[in-house]
Write a protein that binds this ligand. Structure first.
Ligand code: HBI
Ligand code: FE
Length: 297
């Protein structure tokens, strides 16, 4: 039953986030923020900058979603209108949240085909640095993919898988799957490798690095392996995992016996994020020159 918010039972660890007084148990904002002209201009600047680098590097499903949802019509999109258009395509909606929300609430929204998106935008003086996902990362980065029916189903399944992971105390493992697919995933297309991960597509430099640089490994996605792989959250990735199709990703996840996997999965991660291991189907073995030079430092 996904209509009610789950109460996470005793023994399940959830980060004690401080809930602002104006939001309820669902962590939804009562209304979308009214952005100032300067804030709308930040969206336009970021949008134009991404469109310089994404053609030929972003997945065709992402480019199609951008266009169908008309995210470049100018300014921060209106969530009501966006939800209506997205709803007609895949049944998803977009709802504003004030900040990072607790894991079990995040999963609950996804399981109900609601994408929680930041109700704020970064400042014009910090275009490249955000501490928490803002409306540009969430809407520009994530929402176009939700216009793809198979991907939309995958995200819902991820939400459903979340509670199971929490009950088994394996949220870190499932978080790695989210990281290497939803945030930093690559896909094989007829014309070459393209990016579909929101973390890649909403930033200025990673699209080029992820798709074209010699430095990172590019390895075919294996769910079992990825869930044992560590990840860094504040630098370019040493390894990207590549899917064959969204259909393969969906079935890889939905047809999996997570109960069984969690029983055999050790807590914590087995593989470093730069490791290449025996079972890997390697498309490109990275030089790791970026990592060896010390990364972002
Ligand atoms: N909250 N607003 C927001 N956005 C997220 O992406 C998010 C979150 N809370 C938890 C969370 N992600 C993680 O549980 C997953 O990425 C695994
Ligand atoms: Fe994200």
């Amino acid at each position: 039953d996904y209509t009610r918010l789950p109460e996470m039972g005793a023994g399940v660890f959830t980060a004690p986030l401080q809930r602002p007084a104006h939001v309820g148990e669902d962590w939804l904002e009562p209304a979308q923020r009214r952005y100032s002209p300067a804030e709308h201009a930040v969206w336009d600047t970021l949008y134009a900058r991404q469109l310089e680098v994404l053609p030929g590097r972003a997945a065709s499903a992402f480019m199609a979603g951008l266009e169908r949802l008309d995210l470049g019509r100018g300014g921060v999109p209106d969530f009501a209108r966006l939800s209506e258009e997205l709803g007609a395509l895949t049944g998803w909606s977009v709802a504003p949240v004030p900040m990072l929300i607790p894991d079990h609430v995040f999963f609950w929204h996804l399981a109900n085909r609601r994408f929680p998106a930041g109700n704020f935008i970064r400042g014009a003086d910090s275009l490249d640095y955000i501490q928490e996902p803002d409306v540009f990362h969430d809407v520009f980065g994530h929402v176009p993919m939700l216009a793809d029916p198979t991907y939309a189903d995958y995200m819902q399944e991820y939400g459903r898988a979340g509670w199971k992971a929490m009950r088994h105390n394996r949220l870190k493992s499932l978080g790695a799957l989210y990281w290497y697919t939803v945030e930093f995933g690559l896909i094989q297309e007829a014309d070459g490798i393209r990016a579909y991960g929101a973390g890649i597509l909403s930033g200025p430099t990673e699209a080029v690095f992820a798709v074209e640089a010699q430095s990172p490994n590019r390895i075919m996605l294996n769910v079992d392996r990825v869930m044992r792989t560590d990840y860094v959250i504040d630098d370019l990735q040493p390894t990207y995992f590549v899917i064959e199709s969204f259909d393969a990703l969906y079935h890889d996840t939905v047809d999996r016996d997570f109960d069984r996997l969690y029983r055999s999965l050790p807590p914590g991660f087995t593989y470093a994020n730069s490791a290449v291991i025996d079972v890997d189907d390697v498309l490109h073995r990275g030089t790791q020159e970026y990592l060896l030079r010390g990364g972002r430092g």
